[in-house]
Every structure is written in C-alpha cells, then in structure tokens.
Ligand binder design. Structure first.
Ligand code: GDP
Length: 478
C-alpha cells in the first residue's frame, strides 16, 4: 500500500508523501528495490521507435561533412515582461521587408527571416516570432530544440528583473548562447552600464569587460541600432556555433504554430531544420498528415521550396498539429497516414491515462477517506488583490484538524493562465478562481492535464466548499 511504498522510498533516501508525484528516476529506483526492471519510456523515445519501424531517422543530417551547408541561426527573443520583446520583434520584421513591392504587409506566421550585411556578406537570420520563453520551454519540454541563439531583452530604464534571470537560466540550461539587447536606450533614465554590471553578477560578462557575451544598446521604439543587434547575432553564431545542415535530403523540422483557417483549412508554420521542403511532398506533422498543397512565406507570397532554417506556412494537412511537434517528409501519402494514425492513437492513450489521475476536490475527498491524502494544494486567482487576500485569509481560518493541511502554493490577480494550470498540474493543485475567467488555452490545457478549476463569485461559498471537502462532506456534483 501507499504507506509501505513511502517507507520504502524513505529508506532509499527519497522523501515523498503518498500523494506527491515522483520522477522517473524514483520509479526506476523503486523497481530495482522490488526486483522489477522499470524503464520509463519517454514520448520522444517512443516516437523514435515508431519512425525506426518505418526505417526513418529523425533528428540528424544524412550524408557526411561534404553534404552539409551553412544555415542561418534561429533566434528566440526572451526577457522580462514590458521590456520590449514584442516591439523588438516587430521592429526587426518591419525594418526588413525584403520584398516591399509584393504587397508590403508582412504576415504574422510565427517566424520570419531577415537579411543583414555582415563584413560584406549577405547573411540571413530566422526569428521565432513569439516573444517570451513559454514557446522556448514548451518546445524543450517536448524534447525539441528550435533555438540556436537567444536574444535577452533588458530595458535600460528598468534593469535586470526576475523574468530576466529566469530567461537567462532557461537559455543556459539549453546551452544556447545569449546576445543581450539593452533596450529603451532612448529613455532619459536609461542606464545601459548598470544593466551590464547587473548581468555580470549572473555570470553573463560583456565582451568589453573581457567576457564572451555581446551586449548591444538598442531602441526598439526608435529603431536605433537594430543592424548592430543583427550583426551581433551573426558574429555570435560564427564564433560559437557550427550551424550547418544537409539541404539535399527529405525535409525535417518543427511545427512553430498551427491553427484552423476558415478558408484554407489547417495551416501550420514549420521551421525546416534539415533538407528542403517542397510543394507536393508527403508529410507528417505530429499526428497530422497530408501533401504540401502550397507554401507561403512571411510576406504572404507563394514559395515552392523552403531550405534549412526557413520558416514556411504549409497548407494541405488534415489537422492542425501542436507547436513543438516534429514534421518530416516521407515516401508517400500512405506512409504519412500510417505514421500519423499511430501517433494519434498514442496521443489519445496518453491523454486518457492522464485523465485517470485527474485530481478534483472530490478525488481529494475520496482519497482522504481511504486515509491517503493529507495535503490539499491550492492556487488562488482573483479579480483584485483584496479579494485574493480575503480568500486566503478565510481559508487559513478553516479548522481542519491535524490530519489534513491546506497549502496555498500560488496566488495572484487576473485571469487564470496556462502558467497557472502548468503549476497546478506539476503540484497536484486545484485552482480557485474568484470573479475571474480563464485566459487563452487555460481551460483546454486544464482538461488535458486533469487539473480542476473551480469558479466562485461569493467568498463564503468558496470557503464552504473547500471546508466541506477537507472535512469529507462535499456533496458530489452532477
Ligand atoms: P514585452 O512585454 O517585452 O513584449 O514588451 P512590449 O514590446 O510590449 O513593450 C512594452 C512597452 O514598452 C510598450 O509600451 C512599448 O511601446 C515600450 N517600448 C518597447 N521598446 C521601447 C523602446 O525602445 N523605447 C521606449 N521608450 N519604449 C519602448
């Protein structure tokens, strides 16, 4: 039973409670102790095996050195909120509309390419056009690495902030070189030197101080020194990365974003990582498949081919795949469909398995009755800080006795976000929303992750229900 397992884990040096989720290594350890061979197979491994059964290898270039050609770096823009990530991405895109005559208006397709001249040579750079590190981390969580270089945006008037450090750590963990864009230098209270000093403390040392990170002062708003930033990206790529790919093989890469277009059906922006994607190719993208009917670039122009590091919007898939899923060209439509169907079945099974461990207040009660749960984790979101405080206050007054404890692991003002759901899923928490609504894909994600969100507009009602659950008296909802 649970208690025996907890004890066994304890003797193995793992401190966990019966309701806490444990990591893969703990599982393997426990298996060893019980004389089973437990190997945790990651979804990536599973997919690799699936592709191998079709004699396909995903992720490395075919051929030898001679087959490889230089490819542009792929860049993600990260940094603290309001430091200018979006503005910078827009400014770089607009300053670089290569083909002004072709309509002139650039489209947001999730990624774009710009050209810049460095040391007399024309060089290309690909930008992932979703600011923030959500995209970066969610792709990494899927085992996919799209980014070669991270631009860390720091507002010169504000300096280094918590999310600056978070972004820095993400980039470091992924071993992605960083170029710092010291932004908003047009502001009177801008202090770019201070930013350099602050980041030095975190081990990111500017070149001019003898380190190896390039810092570039820019103003996204005024469009100042954007060329300097592009040059720094190219120089950093040349200095520390060997970015080459085989352009001649069947294309492989990642889905950057996808959606259902009313007129065009499923459209997916893909980033080609190796090979050249061509109109007419049979492809699989995550659990979707199809034949490339047409491809569009970031200017909305039709293109016939997309070479390594080139983003392209693909038309012709039967469904919209998820961001971060891989795509690959296969022999024919039949093989594409077979692989896609296998992936789809696997995804469905994984989703069902997750549903089964769905955690709700009622589950909590049920497991408490069996003597399992001792801790109820909550995330509180409210419309104003006063209501969040009042809620937390009232919750802390609930007399729950010694067996159970109530823990508020996070609180905040504003809509329920995907980040809240993420945290709830990771820590088995229930989200309490007071006079707030979910934002973006939060509900969809909560469904998928088996996270319960409960909405209230009257404080005492929230308290009543939570108290009832803690005392094992919640009436089931039908
Ligand atoms: P994000 O949250 O990092 O994407 O930040 P945004 O790009 O939305 O920018 C936040 C605010 O800062 C907006 O009001 C921008 O207009 C402003 N901003 C961005 N870059 C600059 C800049 O270089 N100079 C000035 N003065 N304001 C800027």
């Amino acid at each position: 039973d649970a208690a025996a397992l907890v004890q066994m884990l304890f003797s193995l040096g793992e401190m966990v409670t019966a309701t806490q989720s444990v990591g893969d290594e703990t599982f393997e350890l426990l298996g060893e102790e019980l004389n089973y061979v437990v190997s945790v197979v990651s979804p990536e491994d599973e997919d690799r095996e699936l592709l191998e059964s079709f004699d396909i290898e995903f992720g490395s270039d075919e051929g030898d050195e001679d087959d490889l050609a230089i490819r542009p770096p792929v860049v993600t823009v990260m940094g603290h909120v309001d430091h200018g990530k979006t503005k910078l991405l827009d400014a770089l895109r607009d300053a670089n509309v290569v083909d002004k005559e072709a309509g002139g208006i650039t489209q947001h397709i999730g990624a774009y390419q710009v050209t810049t001249e460095v040391e007399g040579q024309e060089r290309r750079i690909t930008f992932i056009d979703t600011p923030g590190h959500e995209a970066f981390t969610s792709m990494r969580a899927r085992g996919a690495q799209a980014t070669d270089i991270a631009i860390l945006v720091v507002a010169a008037d504000d300096g280094v902030m918590p999310q600056t450090i978070e972004a820095l750590n993400h980039a470091k963990a992924a071993e992605v070189p960083i170029v710092v864009a010291v932004n908003k230098v047009d502001k009177p209270d801008a202090d770019p030197t201070k930013v350099r000093g602050q980041l030095t403390e975190y081990g990111l040392i500017p070149e001019e101080y003898g380190g190896d990170a390039m810092f570039v002062d820019v103003s996204a708003k005024a469009g100042t020194n954007l060329e300097g930033l592009l040059e720094a990206v190219v120089l950093t790529a040349d200095a520390s990365l060997d970015l080459r790919a085989n352009p001649e093989q069947d294309a492989q890469g990642l889905v950057i974003e996808a959606h259902l277009d009313r007129g065009r059906g499923p459209v997916a922006t893909v980033l080609v990582q190796r090979g050249t994607l061509k109109v007419g190719d049979s492809i699989v993208a995550g659990p979707a498949y199809g034949r490339v009917r047409a491809m569009l670039d970031e200017h909305g122009d039709n293109i016939e081919e997309a070479d390594p590091s080139r983003p392209a919007m693909v038309l012709g898939l039967n469904a919209a795949p998820g961001a971060g899923q891989n795509f690959l060209v296969v022999e024919d439509d039949r093989m594409a469909r077979q692989i896609a169907e296998k992936r789809e079945a696997r995804e469905r099974a994984a989703m069902q398995a997750k549903r089964r461990v769905r955690r709700t207040l009622e589950d909590f009660m049920a497991s408490m009755e069996k003597g399992e749960s001792q801790e109820l984790n909550l995330i509180l979101k409210g419309d104003v800080s006063g209501s969040v405080e009042a809620l937390e206050d009232a919750l802390s007054q609930i007399d729950v006795g010694d067996e159970v404890s109530l823990r508020v692991i996070d609180r905040g003002v504003g809509a329920i976000t995907e980040t809240n759901v993420d945290l709830a899923a990771a820590s088995d928490a229930i989200i309490i929303g007071f006079n707030v609504r979910p934002q973006g894909k939060a509900t969809e994600m909560a469904d998928k992750e088996g996270v319960e969100i409960r909405y209230y507009s009257v404080i005492y009602q929230a308290i009543d229900e939570i108290e009832a659950a803690l005392k094992g008296m919640l009436k089931p909802e039908y």
